[in-house]
Design a protein. Sequence first.
Length: 650
Amino acid sequence: MALIRIHGNDRTLKFAASELARYLKKATGKSLRRSHSDDKATFTIGLAADLGIKTPKLSSPPGDDWITIRPTATGYVLAGSNPRSVLFAVYRYLREMGIRWIRPGSRGEMIPRLRSPLKKGIRVSEAPSYRYRTICIEGACSFEHVRDLIDWMAKHGMNGYFIQFHYGMYFFRRWYEHRENKYLKPEPLDDRIVDTRVTQLVDEIQKRGMSFERMGHGWTCAALGISGEGGWDKNEQEPIPQDKVDWLAEVNEKRELWGGIALNTNLNYGNPAVRAAMTDAIVDYAGKHAEVNLLHFWLADGMNNHDERPESQAARPSDFFVDMLNELDRKLTAAGLTTRIVFLVYVDLLWPPERAKIEHQGRFVLMFAPITRSYLTSFMDAVETDEMPQPYVRNKLEMPKSPSVNLHYLRQWQEMFRGDGFDFDYHAIWACYYDPSMITISKVLHKDIQGLGSIGLHGLNSVQNQRMSFPHNLLMDVMAQTLWNKKRKFSDIVTESFNDAFGRDGAKIAAALTKIADYWKPFYEAVYIPAADEKRIAKGKANLPKIESVVADLRQLVRRNRVQTSGARLWSWKYLNHYLKLLDLLLPMLEAYLHGRSDTRQHLNKALDYLCRNEKTLHPVLDVYMFIVVWRWRANELEAYLKQKSDKQK
């Protein structure tokens, strides 16, 4: 019987050993015994330092990841620089044995039959390219969706998870209320249920030794004494305390919730009492939540919504923000708290402070969040653009679209802040659905990640929908693999991802979807905003028949493989079949859209209804709610254009 020796009592080390035993038993049919003492073990699991293995000098602070797999006379040592790295080493060994997790959840597990738990010639010594390899909750999701994603992340070397707000109630409510799907009945959800289930999710994160991040928007709500868990829904049930109404930002001579949404409402940051209330709330939270490794401090969401009273006009929002960061640092220090704080460079805060400077930079991590950027091109692409950086004008700002202008503002912040930082980016939340083949967005993500170091950032926190495996898992594979090894070629990731998912026809599927992605580019971004782009519209019309031809060829491949495969690969073909049926409904909608016809929404509704009817099958891989929300924007865009055109003709 093979033996696993665990060197140490850390919870994550024990979990790593149990995962090794579990998967090798599935593959070989043989049990592996675990021990803390036998020196003749087949596998020895532990921290490199405890096993006498010299860790190479890492370019990053202590706590960063490094893995090693080393052969011994009886088997292998699986070790790392910290407990989660040991777990990563275990999963890497299992991958070398041919085990695959081609998408989150049980439908993505591929375990070959093996005669032995050992394979000769495996030797690994690797540190990931980037420190921050994190995913942030977004979209609509169940607790099981998040659990499966966390599990998949660890199996692919990603090391952190971020729950926005305290519970992330808003994202769970979207799923359990089954918003936008009339075919599914709402399910019960209350604070008690969410508290219990989120506590379980935090346990899943900690069991894997992953970094845990929390909060973000919502500190403005905390200062007002109301909850931020309602997210971006209108604040209809919880009134603002009368003694705090004066704290609301005054915009256009009105002091009220911005659009009726508390989370989008900034405060009068020129008022010292407001700043004190916000920093006090953060210190109180940090003191009660030692489980949080990185605590995010953001202002309200939205843009051009800052206070216009004289005391606030005295400085930019970013100056008051930095004032609060310094005040927060002093209060945390006085309380004996070492909590690291993530601060946000985002919308109005893109414009850096003019007078304030962060005093204790080691406390903070910069988070660059270029939410208004284009996702058709990478930060690394030198694309000609007429867009230029704009001066700061309170509440009259034009947010930058081009990656180059976004980077201009980042560099200005970096002149003041020399500390740690990462990219908080939105590839997998909205733009991804305008590229249904997921090839263009995957290429952009790959190039963005490769270049993060060159723009002074140390990784990515992907704010994204939790289910991003439709019609395949390439976007997720690109994210995990490139964050681990930025030198990994896009073509190699494509080959591996599609071969794993589709077998011998993987290359054909990848080639066909790449063609669709190329034909799709003219209408990947809106064609009627700010005005009708006749050149792209004409190109898009010409490309629709070409897409239909590729879809027809793909359909034959799907038909053949659906009767020849099983397990996780069969699910790959099933999902691809649903994708082709969806395109059959989306392409008429796009034809109507590009021709500017009024029946565009009618065609769109047929496609969206198809997704709703099939959500019970598709939900592990596709966030139907977010797909619906995003595609409706296309119909809204055209209808607004047609109305404007009609009004001009009157």
